[in-house]
Structures are given as C-alpha cells and as structure tokens.
Ligand binder design. Structure first.
Ligand code: GAR
Length: 216
C-alpha cells in the first residue's frame, strides 16, 4: 500500500481511528499547525513522525504553506489527508497536489458547508445528516465527493453534542475506509468529475453496522 500524510489541528480522533484501523504504518508524517494539538500525542504513541508547523510563526499564508509543502515533499506520500485541519488552503497549495488532498466534513455535502456543520443541520431541523469525504478543491467543502455516510437526527432526544458524537462515530469508520480504498488504487475521478469507488467483497465486513449508512 502507498503512504500518506495527515494534517491536524486539534483533538485527532480521526487520526486515532486511522491508527485503530491499522493505518499507522502507512502514515509517513503527521503535520500539526497547532503545537498544543492533542492529536500530536496520538501520533507519537503510534510511532508516527510528527512535524509542527505553527502558522503563527509565518508572516503570510503563502510562507506557512510553503513550509508545509517542504515537509510533505520530504516524506513519501501518495495522499494528503486533512483530519480536523482548521486552516483554509490557498489555490497555490491545492494546485500543487491535484487530486491528492482529501477532507472529511461533518455533513452530507453539499449541505451545511463551513464551520459548525452539525449545529447548522440541527438548527435546520433536517431529519438526516452525516459525514462526507471529498477531494479538496479551491471552493471550500465543494470538491468531488468520494463517499458519504448518513444518520438520522432525533429532534426529540438529540442535542448538538449527542449529534456530534454520533457523526464522529460514523466518521471514524468512513474515513479509514476511504483512505484504504485510495491507497489500494480503488478510487478514480472520472472525466465528468464524478468519483468511482471500486467495490470489494470485504467492504461490508469493514463497514460493519454502518454498511447501510455509507454510500460510495
Ligand atoms: C471532525 O468532526 C471533522 O469532520 C471536522 O473536524 C472534526 C475534527 O475532529 N472537520 C471539519 O469540520 C472540516 N470542515 P478530530 O480532530 O477529532 O479528528
């Protein structure tokens, strides 16, 4: 399998889920823009090299991204995985790695883009929300969709915290699943911009109880 780089800013629960799914040996480096990110400890515990590139140490976004890209280019990687990375990436950076950057977002895109997607879904009183893994393009949360997971909101019993936790559980299955698909060359972007994910007999077992929630 190919290797990948993960960019984080905080808690790192998606990074932990990748490690739990057996992906730690394939993460060549974790880059954090936040020196206090909890995810740094998770990377260290899993023997993954960590590089802190604090955006506050740079006078411009361009300089910050150049520093990140220097790190990226020094490690083997076929893929750049954003896992709670809370900096907007410039067109320069995105164009440097075409169809190589993926993100997970806590809604069924294209609904509820931007910050606090779970709160947005809750406030909109929708009955279904979820999480989406997509390729990163210049337009925030709008790149080609690889896979989405859906789950019901129970407006009688859920609050935003319970909703965030439910979505996070889905994310923790969805993201490692998609990453493995890409590393195994089972994801293709078609000429019309749609993404084809090749199915496998092992998929249902990997997705477990989420198999009917996840669409790809
Ligand atoms: C996750 O819920 C992820 O979907 C979200 O940040 C959280 C990171 O959690 N990302 C976005 O909202 C991106 N627009 P983690 O640090 O525990 O993985």
């Amino acid at each position: 399998m190919h290797k990948f780089i993960t960019l984080i800013s905080g808690r790192g629960s998606n990074l932990a889920a990748m490690c739990k799914a057996g992906l730690a040996p394939y993460i060549s480096c974790v880059i954090s823009n936040n020196p206090n990110a909890k995810g740094i400890e998770i990377a260290k515990k899993n023997n993954i090299p960590v590089c802190i590139v604090n955006h506050r140490d740079f006078i411009s976004r361009e300089n910050f991204e150049q520093a990140i890209s220097l790190v990226i280019d020094n490690f083997p990687s076929q893929l750049i995985v954003l896992a709670g990375f809370m900096r907007i990436l410039s067109p320069w950076f995105i164009e440097k790695y075409p169809q190589k950057i993926i993100n997970i977002h806590p809604s069924i895109l294209p609904a509820f883009t931007g910050a606090n997607a779970q709160q947005q879904a809750f406030d909109a009183k929708v009955k279904t929300t979820g999480a989406t893994v997509h390729f990163v393009t210049e337009k925030l949360d709008h790149g080609p969709i690889i896979a989405s997971g859906a789950m019901a909101i129970n407006h009688d019993n859920d609050d935003v915290d319970t909703l965030c936790n439910k979505i996070l559980k889905l994310e923790h299955i969805l993201y490692p699943f998609v990453i493995k698909k890409i590393l195994n060359d089972q994801v293709k972007v078609l000429a019309n911009g749609a993404v084809e994910v090749i199915k496998d007999i092992a998929d249902d077992k990997i997705l477990g109880k989420f198999k009917s929630n996840i669409h790809y």
